[in-house]
Write a protein that binds this ligand. Structure first.
Ligand code: OOG
Ligand code: NI
Length: 461
């Protein structure tokens, strides 16, 4: 039951996400413009997706990049208090990046419907760096910085003692203190030389290691029409990525499609190498951008397998034939069914089922054994209706595309990263295992069918 005096976790998450969005609007005014563009596009789009419009208006994801296990575990403590759990494992070494990641987000239908705030959180894998000089420098700088304030760490302990909750007063301090860890700092935590050494190895390395905070590097509102929003961004004069990541435009949206305005070059002061500790160099850094995304249906394992095959095929043909990736995707994805009926009948998407109130047709009543395709027959007969479950997660190749377009081309050394996933290593750093997104979607679908079976008086569906 509700206990007086403690803040509801959904309210805490929503307040935190709004505070973060306001902070980012003040830091990167172009993001404020982006949110306005998306909101006017969304208001002009009439078809209603399966999610409610309140959720969609609030909906954001952000991204942070962390350097050490300690940082990851502490961020995990922060997000746990916001009702956000590590879901999924993303190996970015497949895209030549020395990092792996998870997404912190709410896990159940009700929390997602209230506010699905998510943060894509990457962790550096120093063991994948070839240059010992860069690796040692990175570890030295990471060992010196403190991205969490003492009051924040104290509040985390207080929450632990209060079964993971805060009073209203504590909530305000917690949000203020936690945001400090993600705020942009115009003063670096490295010398200009150190920054440039790391940047020459890979721009991502400098971004992760050289700053006093784990600055949020973008926030992403959800659009109901990414093609329209993309045009509106260009019309507004934003410097926009030229392609939309993810699947091509379809009648039935699947997974997610994303695009962004490119990262801005911003002034940063760096320490000066040498003996005089109070000398600074006025330098710069390019990391922060704004992104938009359109979300579609979550795919089953079979659907995802088909998606990955087609996507790989499109990449290969576009490389081999010099075709644009857009055209290759359009050509190849004709093989991915594009009506909701086919998508469900072939078990390519996950759905939530509800009863319509229509009676079960006589030919299906009183059978000794339920037919295997009973759900399909009940759908066909209009007894059940199905709505696709929204994909709540990310795509590693889209993530890599976003990284690359915002960090400039990686130089020599790091291009040779040999891809291998290390989920165990990541979970070791995290201090717990990551949840499997596929398990979550399939259990949402199963629960909805159990509810329908109960309402229809059937043993099972
Ligand atoms: C994270 C990129 C991943 C997305 O939308 O795929 C991401 C990063 O740039 O740190 O946010
Ligand atoms: Ni993103």
């Amino acid at each position: 039951g509700v206990e007086y005096g403690y803040v509801d976790v959904e309210i805490l998450r929503t307040n935190f996400a709004l505070a973060m969005s306001n902070m980012y609007k003040a830091e990167v005014p172009l993001y404020d413009d982006l949110v306005s563009i998306v909101q006017s596009v969304n208001a002009s789009v009439h078809e209603t997706p399966s999610d409610n419009i309140n959720r969609i208006t609030l909906e954001r994801h952000g991204a942070i990049r962390l350097g050490t296990s300690y940082e990851l575990r502490t961020v995990r403590r922060i997000f746990t208090l916001l009702g956000m759990h590590p879901i999924g494992y993303y190996d970015l070494s497949v895209a030549g990046l020395p990092m792996h990641a998870t997404c912190f987000r709410p896990r159940d239908t009700q929390s997602l419907a209230k506010n699905p705030f998510r943060v894509f959180t990457t962790l550096l894998r120093p063991e994948l760096l070839h240059s010992t000089e860069s690796r040692d420098l990175a570890l030295k700088l990471l060992g010196q910085r403190r991205i969490f304030s003492q009051p924040l760490l104290d509040l985390l302990d207080i929450a632990d003692a209060q079964k993971g909750r805060f009073t209203y007063q504590q909530m305000d301090s917690f949000i203020d203190e936690a945001l400090e860890s993600f705020r942009w700092q115009p003063m670096a935590a490295a010398t200009w030389d150190e920054y440039n050494t790391l940047k020459a190895e890979h721009p991502i390395l400098a971004d992760i290691v050289c700053f006093q905070t784990a600055h949020i590097n973008h926030l992403t509102p959800r659009t109901l029409d990414i093609d329209l929003s993309h045009l509106a961004m260009q019309a507004h004069g934003m410097e926009v990525k030229d392609i939309i990541e993810g699947p091509p435009k379809r009648k039935c949206p699947i997974l997610l499609r994303q695009t962004s305005f490119l990262a801005l070059q911003e002034p940063v002061s760096y320490y000066c190498s040498g003996t005089e500790a109070d000398k600074f160099v006025e330098g710069y850094h390019r990391a922060r951008f704004g992104e938009i995304e359109e979300r579609g249906a979550a795919l089953t394992r079979a659907g995802r397998k088909l998606y990955d095959e087609l996507f790989r095929h499109a990449m290969e043909t576009s490389h081999a034939m010099g075709h644009k990736m857009d055209d290759a995707l359009k050509a190849v994805f004709v093989r991915f069914p594009d009506t909701w009926n086919e998508l469900y009948q072939q078990r390519l998407v996950y759905c939530l089922f509800t009863v319509t109130g229509k009676a079960i047709p006589p030919n299906l009543v009183g059978l000794e054994r339920m037919p295997d395709d009973l759900v399909d027959q009940l759908l066909l007969a209009g007894v059940l209706s199905a709505a696709p479950i929204t994909y709540e997660d990310f795509l590693p190749f889209s993530a890599a595309g976003i990284f690359q377009s915002n960090l400039g081309n990686p130089s020599s050394a790091i291009g040779h990263i040999i891809p291998f996933p290390d989920q165990q290593g990541f979970e070791g750093s995290l201090g717990r295992s990551a949840l499997d997104p596929d398990d979550l979607y399939s259990s949402m679908q199963r629960k909805s069918l159990e509810r329908c079976a109960q309402q229809l008086g059937l043993d099972a569906l």
